[in-house]
Design a protein around this ligand. Structure first.
Ligand code: ZN
Length: 230
């Protein structure tokens, strides 16, 4: 399995996002800010993504080759989301710490990888696994813990429960190199209370995005963090 990552600014998605979120900036400013963010993200990404992606590839060990497109929007959109069918990630976030960008993008790429695995599970299991993958960046590259990054009271119930699961099961993801992703899914599925399994994400602004930017709702994974800093 190989992954190729291609970063770009997509004008259509950018202008649509600005419209949905009532951003009053001109198109030229939006474009300029996206391109600046693109340069920043590329720099951050180059510093540390390879060992993390290799680690993930090891866990997933499938035969598919991925060509993933990362569409960059300005930092003030604060969005990390993915569309697995299109192998697309949308990203725009202020760098909170050294490799913050890489962490969120790794989270979204993990959603894309997971979308190809057909073993029975619930959405919250995928979310927990994505937090575990995100945490690799914090632990291995930044010497931080995901507990320092996310505050429980910032999160909606779905992401909060998923984050808690990631704390509980991260040893299987980190320590045991031989445990592949299918076994981790099975382990989680057999050990989570059914009320937690049934927790689903809140659909807010992403519902509109889905309708209008051709995201498919079935696979759309919001981080519930689409908001603007104006
Ligand atoms: Zn997610």
């Amino acid at each position: 399995m190989t992954i190729k990552i291609n970063f770009s600014v997509d004008k259509n998605k950018l202008f649509y996002l600005a419209k949905v979120l009532n951003i009053s900036k001109s198109r030229s400013v939006l474009l300029k800010d996206s391109k600046n963010n693109l340069d920043n993200v590329k720099k951050m990404w180059q510093r540390g993504h390879k060992p993390v992606l290799n680690y993930l590839l090891n866990k997933f060990s499938g035969s598919e080759n991925y060509n993933i497109k990362i569409v960059i929007v300005p930092e003030y959109f604060f969005v990390g989301a993915c569309e697995p069918i299109e192998k697309l990630v949308i990203y725009g976030q202020p760098p909170r710490c050294k490799n913050f960008s890489t962490a969120i993008i790794i989270h979204e790429i993990t959603h894309i990888l997971l979308s190809r695995i057909t073993i029975k599970r619930c959405r919250i299991i995928d979310e927990a696994i994505c937090f575990m993958a995100e945490n690799i960046v914090y632990e291995k590259l930044e010497k931080k813990s995901i507990r320092e990054i996310w505050k429980m009271n910032e999160l909606d119930k779905f992401h909060r429960e998923a984050l808690k699961l990631s704390f509980k099961f991260s040893d299987y993801f980190f320590v045991d190199n031989s445990t592949d992703i299918k076994n981790i899914i099975r382990l989680l599925f057999e050990n989570i209370r059914s009320d937690i399994l049934k927790t689903v994400p809140q659909i807010g602004l992403f519902k509109n995005l889905h309708k209008n930017i051709t995201f498919s709702k079935k696979y759309f994974n919001s981080r519930a963090y689409l908001y603007t800093k104006q």
